[in-house]
Structures are given as structure tokens and as C-alpha cells.
Design a protein around this ligand. Structure first.
Ligand code: FAD
Length: 228
């Protein structure tokens, strides 16, 4: 089946850390999506998928893109400037939340945060969910951290939302949590059998967290994931 394509204007490009950008695109008319879905950016040389970082109710479409040296899309996004247009597809994917107000745990590494921000903000700001929500965000070093202030603001405003950052290779002055996501999950969430899990990011994190959850009796149908 033919995918619907749209031309979209770049409104803003901002570095969130040294190799991650926020790309804000004009939202095509009647462009609907569910929190957690992705779109494809279509170039003459090929297509690449990007999760939507903004909420369905937002006026713009935001993407959060990690730039890899020599990557096809990465090199285009390094050069691209505000005012240029790119071709995007309709939205796709089943890594989504519903309007059901249930307890949710989110595990993200790196740019895997993108769909999860859309889910959490939609649940808190638009669906008005009251159930406990917990995000654990895994990165390597302090320099890799991004979007921390915005997440902190949400956690201050909404009592039911909590989050932690854990660094796998912190500098010696780091005061926060360290180690992999799997090192912290047991104490945080594994006693709650009705929890729904959303994992997004590196293949290793998704594989290891999923294994740990299943070993601890979590229901497979309640573990959703997307691998970048
Ligand atoms: C459903 C889905 C949603 C996605 N959403 C996002 C998103 O929101 N944000 C985002 O940044 N990415 C996302 N991705 C990944 C994205 O589609 C591209 O794969 C990524 O941007 C690299 O594309 P590229 O053309 O720059 O690199 P490519 O030309 O595809 O690869 C070139 C080289 O870059 C390096 N490289 C590429 N990807 C990785 C990687 N994951 N880890 C380590 N090295 C790598 C490798 O050395 C590779 O040989 C998503 C992927 C999927 C499947």
C-alpha cells in the first residue's frame, strides 16, 4: 500500500546536547497520531524512522534525533537549516499508550526518550491520568544528558510522576544514580504486578529489561517496546 507523504517546513533546530537535536516541523493539516508513534523522513537516498517527541495536541511536530558521524540521515540533519522542507510519511507503529489510566513504568536510553516524552506528557497534561508513572532514563555520561529540566518540571507539577536518571559510566563527581537500568528496576517497580512497561532505546537495554521483567513474573502482554 502506498504511504501518504507530506512536505513539511523546518521551524526550529536546536542542539539538546553535543549530538542530539530537537527538530521542530510544521504539522501538516489533519496529521493525526497516537502518543508513541513514529514517522519516516524520506530522502532520495532512503528512509529513516523517527518517533514523535511532541504530543498529538501540540501545534508542531517535534523530533529528537541523535546524530551519528557518517549516517545518511544524520549528515542531512547536521546540514539542514530552518526554512528548508523535508518529506515525511504518515505516522506508524503500535508502541503507544491508550487513554486507560493504569500504572506505567517507562525505561528509555538515549534518543529512546522521544516517544516516551510524548506518552508521559499526553497522559499527564491531556488525559489527566492519576495513576503512578515512573520514568528511568539511562545514559552513559553526564555530557549525554538532555531534556532533564523539562522532565523535572513535570515531576514537580504532577505528584503521580517520578523519574530517575542513571549513568552507566559517570565521572567521579556524579552524585546521582549509576549503573544500568536493570540494576534499579527491582526496588522501584517489580513488586507491582499490575504495572504496564514501555521500553525504548538500545537493543541491549530492551533485551535485558524485558528478560528481567519476565523472570520476575510481569505479564508479557504488559511489556511494550521499540528498538532503535
Ligand atoms: C521505529 C523507530 C523509531 C526511531 N526513532 C528514533 C528517534 O526518535 N530518534 C533517533 O535518533 N533515532 C530513531 N530511530 C533510529 C533512526 O531511524 C536511524 O536509524 C538513526 O537516526 C541512524 O540513521 P542514519 O541514517 O543517520 O545512520 P545510518 O546511515 O543508518 O547508519 C550509519 C552508521 O551510523 C551508526 N549508527 C546508526 N544507528 C546507530 C545506533 N542506533 N547505534 C549506534 N550506531 C549507529 C553506525 O555506525 C552505522 O553504520 C528510530 C528507529 C526506529 C526503527
Amino acid at each position: 500500500m502506498e504511504i501518504t507523504r507530506y512536505k513539511s517546513n523546518i521551524i526550529k533546530k536546536e542542539y539538546l546536547n553535543s549530538d542530539t537535536i530537537l527538530l521542530q516541523l510544521e504539522k501538516p493539516k489533519n496529521y493525526d497520531f497516537k502518543p508513541g508513534q513514529f514517522l519516516q523522513t524520506i530522502f532520495p537516498e532512503g528512509k529513516r524512522s523517527y518517533s514523535i517527541f511532541s504530543k498529538p495536541s501540540d501545534k508542531t511536530l517535534n523530533l529528537c534525533i541523535k546524530l551519528f558521524a557518517g549516517g545518511l540521515a544524520s549528515e542531512i540533519f547536521k546540514r539542514i537549516e530552518v526554512g528548508e522542507k523535508i518529506t515525511i510519511s504518515e505516522t506508524m507503529g503500535h508502541f503507544i499508550i491508550t487513554e486507560e489510566d493504569v500504572e506505567r513504568t517507562y525505561c528509555a536510553t538515549g534518543s529512546g526518550l522521544a516517544p516516551i516524552v510524548s506518552m508521559i506528557k499526553t497522559a499527564l497534561e491531556d488525559y489527566g491520568h492519576q495513576s503512578r508513572m515512573y520514568l528511568i532514563f539511562g545514559l552513559r555520561h553526564e555530557e549525554n544528558i538532555f531534556y532533564q529540566e523539562e522532565i523535572e518540571k513535570l515531576a514537580k507539577k504532577y505528584d503521580n510522576f517520578h523519574f530517575d536518571i542513571t549513568l552507566s559510566q559517570p565521572n567521579e563527581n556524579w552524585q546521582g544514580m549509576s549503573g544500568r537500568i536493570t540494576a534499579h528496576l527491582p526496588e522501584k517497580v517489580l513488586n507491582k504486578k499490575n504495572n504496564h512497561f514501555y521500553l525504548c532505546g538500545s537493543p541491549e537495554m530492551v533485551k535485558d529489561v524485558r528478560k528481567l521483567l519476565i523472570e520476575n513474573g510481569m505479564e508479557v502482554k504488559n511489556i511494550k517496546f521499540e528498538i532503535f
